[in-house]
Design a protein around this ligand. Sequence first.
Ligand SMILES: Nc1ncnc2c1ncn2[C@@H]1O[C@H](COP(=O)(O)OP(=O)(O)OP(=O)(O)O)[C@@H](O)[C@H]1O
Length: 638
Amino acid sequence: MPAVPAPARPNRIAQLLDEPPHHPVARLWALLRSNPPAVASILALTMAASLVSLAQPVLAGRAVSLLGSGGFRQLLVPGAMLVGVALMSSVLTAAGNLVAAQAGNRLVRSVRDEASARALRIPAHKLVDHPTADLVARCGIDSEHLVEVFTHGPVQFVGGLLLVVGALVRMTMIDPVLTATALVLCLLALGVIVVLGSMLSGTSQARQEAQGEFVAECTRSLDSVLVLRAFVADAFALDRLSRSSGELQSAANANDRARSFMGPVAALTMQATLLLVVGVAVVRVHQSQLAVGSLVEFLMYTMLIVGPLAGGADTAAMMAEANGALNRIVELREVIDRRSGIADGSDAGTLAAFTDAARVDHRPTGVAQPTSSVLLVEPTVAEAAEALMATGALPPLLRGNVVFDEVCVRYRGDTSREFALDHVSFHAEPGQWIALTGPSGSGKSTMLAVLEKFVQPSSGRVLVDGVPLDEHDDDTYRSQVGYIDQSCPLFSGTVRDNLLLGRRASDERCWELLEQVGLAATVGSRSNGLDAAVGESAYAFSGGERQRLAIARALLGNPRMLLLDEITSGLDALNRQQVMDLIKQTMGGVTTFASGHGHFGMDHADAVLVLENGRLMDAGSPEELRGRSELFRSLVKV
Ligand SMILES: Nc1ncnc2c1ncn2[C@@H]1O[C@H](COP(=O)(O)OP(=O)(O)OP(=O)(O)O)[C@@H](O)[C@H]1O
């Protein structure tokens, strides 16, 4: 496998994406500043190539003059020099292109990494406006456009400018009148090209948008490929893809029309300019105001300046494209969770340290625990964890005391009712198992999302261990909260990858966890054990096994609180009971909020919260509620 190169100065890129300069030129400059050595090398190589190119017309003019005054033999030296200069110019240009392409790729990598890190921080409620596929397009296609900043950007333009200035100086020395004429004509031509370029940048932006839309549609369909197949809905998906593809084609056509039109018109404008210059130059030769050798030299310079001038317009169009792409990536800062920052290596270290040092044994000791008791913590390990925490190396351990005080949640765009959670108040003691029940849409998942800090209440307070939830550091808090949902997503990779999710633990610990959740035999029977591939979307595991793996994953984090979102809904009755018993057995004593339908989980509950239309209708032990709540009885009968 090829070595993975390091990204370019990610901090600078992170800073740029967080606080982008207002002006587009300043933004591009900030991108270039992420790699000063590359900019210096490209500038040096481009300028050297320009200087070498400037020598070509001088040599050609001298050769023509020598031809007039002597024989072909005298051409040998200037001819050889011309070839040498042409070769050197090509080598310098090639080296400049290579350095620029590599610097561009490095920049793209850094922006892609930062964009991905931001996309992964998107709060759950914003996924409605920014579906996964839209984020994929921003991280992938849009980042790719930024390569142009190095390959066809301002640095090349500066090199070209040197060529233009050098050529104009030499042309003025040859014939100032003709130079002034050529310059006026070239600038007029440039004006035409710039106007065409601005037309092009609008169509490029539209093409980018359409490209993003198509990738988004494609990702959505492929994400659900098995569901589509099961419903024999290939034609439905294909129709949507084809429509999106058609829109992309229209946008691409408009862009290509502008491009195809712009290319020849720009070329025609430049040819007309050259012809006019040649015409005026021939008149000057005819009037004996210009020698033939100087004419050749002059015309070669004119051709030299045409390239960079036309290229300048091209650069402007490409930079407009890059800026459009950068804007879409910068927009990600509006959607990420600003308070949580971006996870980096140091965070991973903290998590691993917490996982290893603060090992909590949740297995019951055989002694009945009062519902409000603190966790069953192995004294020595817990003491070590507390000692470490005192040094600031570890996050404070949660106790799991939860208070909801008049909590309301209102989703943007949800017009079905005012609140998804409507003035909900309750108090859960550490170690209690709280069951959430209620009809579909009553707000159970929303309550769990509030506790996971996925959703922020619109009003009211949530206190965890007496501290407003807002004030708990997101990563520190979440590293202590186990979250298991019904989908139990597994990532393509190995059993170990799915168990650890980037955390560190010994093989022994992994097997211990698998043993605890009853998966050791299943994983042991696979040829590679912990390194067995789970397969794309984990088809190699049954629903129950996925639940068990998800529980083992949560266990590894030594959660101090547990959020279970309808985790048994996809399982048969036997498996549901087993999974619930397993959680109680392995994580008993941890404050647990478990949402679900029917009576499953009720056996474990210390208290049940009955929700309806976002309101807390009743709360109490299952026995109390069975006695007094018609709604509860109707729900548990399901
Ligand atoms: N991201 C969202 N944007 C807008 N409305 C939402 C969003 N998520 C949930 N809702 C709405 O909030 C209300 C509560 O939904 P929630 O998912 O919390 O209910 P639930 O009790 O978990 O339902 P179920 O048992 O069907 O999973 C519903 O009316 C739902 O339509």
